[in-house]
Ligand binder design. Sequence first.
Ligand SMILES: [Zn+2]
Length: 245
Amino acid sequence: MTESRYNRQELVKGVGVEGQRRLQEARVAVVGVGALGCAVSDQIVRGGVGYLRLIDPDIPEISNLQRQVLIDERDVERRTPKARAAAAKLAVANSEVEIEAHVDRLDEGNAASLLDGVDLVLDGTDNFEARYLINRTCRQMGTPWIFGGVLGSSGMSFPVLSNGPCLHCALGPEPPVGKTPTTAQMGVLCSIVATIASIEVVRALRLLCGHNVESELVVVDLWNETMRTVAVDRDPRCPVCSNGR
Ligand SMILES: [Zn+2]
């Protein structure tokens, strides 16, 4: 008997043949094709999502190679945009997935169209300005999205469900631009990228296979080997998701 491509995933309790079928019909967008964006895209394409949209405006740099697993030295030399470089690697990893690359920076003017027509959005960005824009846009469109962030050896993830608390409820108001520490200042381990990407993708799989996901913030520190989960409630005064939205 010939094994199917997805046999090992279908055997996992919670996925099954029916979950796999749902996944193959699902449409996902990844905003930001840096460290987290590469890692989540690799997993979700090998896992057999139906359609993936990659959105990133940047050209890769040599310091990206340590953790951006779909970018290689040739992409840096040729200055191939990250979204296109990643799409090319993913296309040969799984030719069954429809992949679209957009070399664009998500902004107020294009967010609604760039995030249109997908079932789920995965966060591969590295800044809160973009994440709060995704948060507002997805809430307006009724699309779930999954936040992820990494810094040093630590990271966090939070699933923003279409009817649950949003990122603003979980983390408070958007921090001023330039006021949060960056990986350029604090560094980042490839290992925490893989960990947070995996948490994002498993939550995505659960949602896309038709299961529930709790509105919980997961915080991981790999260096100190700690992981904690914090339940998040909706803020009744939240400017993004209150007022019956
Ligand atoms: Zn909210």
